[in-house]
Ligand binder design. Structure first.
Ligand code: C2E
Ligand code: CA
Ligand code: CA
Length: 706
């Protein structure tokens, strides 16, 4: 591989001021630097040796010349002392012939008159000034060796200074031989130096290659990894020292990255999965697989836009199951869930294919009919839904039955938006429910007035509590002989905005809007404080019944609240009785049992209100801690109407007696009813025949009369 080929040496690079050469690899840089270094070393060694050589040579030539001139001046003493010395002198000077570098040798008498002149082999240079210089200034030069214009001039006196016979002058060519000798030296030195440099450069190159090539491979490798993002690639082997460490580190880093990448990949896959799940959950109901409320709203909004722009109409059906809660509570959530799934499937199979069915929440379903069918067809479909959903469901070994109440709203009713439309259908469904369930109702504007009143009532309850708009009335309960038993506390509400509102109206609404427990707490607090007030006026102990709603039984903190109120108002044990409807109790059997266990432990009695209105099975009566049964007013009303009605009342009284429970008949309005009930062993009476519910002051004066 050619060093030059692999490198681009461009002089100063303008791109990166820190790197003077645009060199792409360390290897090339190292080779170039070492070559530069070697060249500098070689050149300076070479120059030094030249200088040394010149100096040595000069010293040698000078001492040679000094010795020659000294010898000659000694020899010349004898020659010049001879009589006829001229010939001898010439002959003697000719003995200088072997000295190749001598230009001239001259002998002078003591007065610097030239006696003889010898021209040596070196000869005189063209226009040589030396002789002129020499002859001009010989006297001033003095004895010794003098460099003059590239020559060496030796001046020597002949004979003893006291009897000086003359002077010897030798001019020796100095530069010519030194140049020749330097030339020779250069030609001798240059080849080995060049050779050494080439060898060293090659060695540097090879070593650089050996040690740094792995670095290049490593860099190529990293480049490939970053390009392909393949962290499983095998790292190239080779390299030593730091390169090896670097390669090991990169290897380790790659493993870590690979593992992390693997983890990341799994994580991303998981996230994708979750995203899909979340999207599904955001749009579909996980239990039934139907569209959820969210998706239904979007679809409905689109459908509304469509019908508006095409001058068409659509319909929405609100389907709510009746009695689903009972299934859920009595047969368990698993059966409840299965039932919802089956209802969903059945509903989908009943409605037209192009309709969208969604689960709105709990046991509520919505059906979107994008093209509103004629009224007769819609009624037919609603009938199919009501009848279809009523058919039995077989779940595990159970045969389960539920019914459905259906509300229907269409865009004919008003220019409704999505919310209004669903609300209208809801209002219609609510009407269907209040008309006796298991039926359908079409929305109309008068329903909206009822709905608005319900909304107003629900919205006014908080203010009513805060501003003490509620009060408690007491309705006396008596024994057959007329002795007092106690009273039932009945809440009353005279609203500043709505006027008098019956509890029969606002209690269900408060239950529906989750506010009934606030009312219950208010009543408990008021009854307890009233009791304390009454005690101070009447000596006779008596009982007060407080009504609880189904929602209260789930509020376990209510137990704590009741205890607190009892302590605060020093209520004796056995004074307070709690009434709960058969429905409220049995719809939450486990919760209710736990609640009433705690209530009875506090010395309170428990009464089962509105008995006989709900459940066909009576076996539960042996399993719940009940002190008193309140036979519902509808049975009392029916007394004397038929033998069967009478028989029913007699059976209930008999049953209570056998189970060791007291029996109270409520809504007793006539003497006949009273006589009949007394005859058959009813323990307690409550009704307008005896007393209407009354204010505390009236009730207190009634008690005082006794
Ligand atoms: P309920 O618990 O069955 O209470 C008996 C209802 O029958 C009371 O109506 C009472 O005034 C009425 N009544 C009593 N004797 C006669 C009678 O001879 N003839 C007729 N026609 N009615 C009679 P009210 O006070 O309007 O209460 C209605 C329902 O409201 C109550 O039925 C109860 O379910 C609920 N309620 C009343 N007060 C409270 C309360 O403080 N808390 C809770 N949760 N519910 C209450
Ligand atoms: Ca009651
Ligand atoms: Ca009742």
């Amino acid at each position: 591989m050619s060093v030059v080929g692999a490198t681009r040496v461009k002089g100063l690079s303008c791109g990166n001021p820190q790197v003077p050469f645009d060199v792409k690899s360390i290897r090339t840089a190292v080779v170039i630097l070492s070559l530069l270094f070697l060249t500098a070393v070689a050149v300076s060694v070479f120059l030094l040796s030249l200088r040394e050589h010149k100096e040595l040579y000069s010293r040698y030539v000078q001492s040679d010349l000094r010795a020659l001139s000294e010898n000659m001046s000694n020899d010349l003493v004898d020659i010049l002392n001879q009589q006829d010395s001229a010939f001898e002198l010439k002959r003697y000077l000719l003995s200088l012939d072997p000295y190749k570098n001598i230009r001239i040798a001259a002998v002078y008498d003591p007065d610097w008159n030239q006696l003889d002149l010898y021209h040596g082999q070196a000869g005189l240079r063209e226009g040589d000034a030396v002789l002129a210089v020499v002859s001009r200034s010989l006297q001033s030069l003095g004895e010794g060796i003098h460099p003059v214009e590239g020559d060496l001039v030796a001046v020597r006196s002949i004979g003893d200074p006291a009897y000086r016979l003359g002077y010897l002058v030798i001019i020796d060519d100095f530069e010519g031989p030194i140049a020749a000798s330097t030339q020779k030296l250069i030609t001798r030195l240059l080849p080995p130096i060049t050779l050494i440099m080439i060898l060293l450069a090659a060695a540097f190159y090879l070593l650089g290659n050996k040690w740094l090539a792995p670095l290049t491979r490593l860099s190529d490798f990293v480049e490939e990894v970053s390009r392909t993002k393949n962290y499983a690639l095998q790292i190239p082997h080779g390299g030593r020292f730091e390169v090896q460490r670097l390669s090991n580190n990169i290897h380790a880093m790659m493993r870590v990255i690979q593992e992390e990448t693997e983890v990341n990949r799994e994580y991303v896959a998981l996230l994708e999965e979750r995203k899909a799940d979340t999207e599904y959950l955001a749009n579909y109901d996980s239990l039934t697989g139907l569209s959820n409320r969210n998706r239904f709203m979007t679809l409905l909004a689109h459908a509304l836009e469509h019908v508006e722009s095409n001058n068409q109409h659509l319909a929405v059906m609100y389907v709510d199951l009746d009695g689903f809660k009972l299934v859920n509570d009595s047969l368990g959530h698993e059966v409840g869930d299965k039932l919802l799934e089956m209802v969903a499937q059945r509903l989908v199979s009943i409605v037209p294919d192009e309709a969208t069915v969604s689960r709105h929440g709990g046991d509520e379903f919505l059906v979107l009919l994008r093209e509103c069918p004629p009224r007769a067809k819609l009624e037919q479909l609603a009938d199919l839904v009501v009848i279809g959903l009523m058919q039995k469901y077989v779940i595990n070994t159970w045969e389960v039955r539920v019914s459905a109440s259906v509300g229907i709203a269409t865009t004919f009713d008003s220019d409704a938006d999505t919310r209004d439309l669903i609300r209208n259908a809801d209002v219609a469904m609510y009407t269907a429910k209040s008309l006796g369930k298991s039926r359908y109702s079409f929305f109309n504007s008068t329903m909206m007035d009822n709905y608005q009143r319900r909304v107003d009532i629900a919205n006014s309850i908080d203010t009513a509590l805060a501003e003490n708009e509620f009060s408690v009335y007491y309705q006396e309960k008596v024994k057959p002989d007329g002795t007092r038993v106690g009273a039932e506390a009945l809440v009353r509400w005279t609203s500043k905005t709505l006027g008098f509102v019956s509890p029969a109206e606002f209690i269900p609404i408060a239950e529906h809007s989750g506010k009934v427990s606030d009312i219950t707490q208010w009543v408990i607090e008021r009854v307890c404080s009233d009791c304390r007030h009454v005690f101070s006026h009447v000596p006779q102990p008596f009982q007060v019944s407080i009504n609880l709603s189904a929602h209260d039984l789930k509020k376990y903190h209510l137990i704590g609240f009741i205890k607190g109120a009892f302590i605060k108002h020093e209520i004796p044990r056995g004074l307070i009785e709690f009434e709960v409807t058969e429905h409220a109790y049995l719809d939450n059997l486990d919760v209710a049992n736990r609640f009433f266990d705690d209530i009875t432990a506090m010395g309170c009695r428990v009464a089962l209100d509105d008995f006989g209105t709900g459940y066909s099975s009576l076996s539960y009566l042996t399993k719940i801690p009940i002190d008193l049964i309140k036979i519902d007013k509808q049975f009392v009303d029916n007394i004397g109407r038929s033998e069967r009605d009478d028989a029913l009342v007699i059976t209930i009284i008999e049953m209570a007696r056998r189970l060791g429970m007291e029996l109270c008949a409520e809504g007793v309005e006539t003497v006949e009813q009273r006589q009949f009930l007394t005859r058959h062993g009813c323990d307690i009476f409550q009704g307008y025949l005896f007393h209407k519910p009354m204010k505390l002051t009236d009730y207190t004066s009634l008690l005082k009369q006794e």
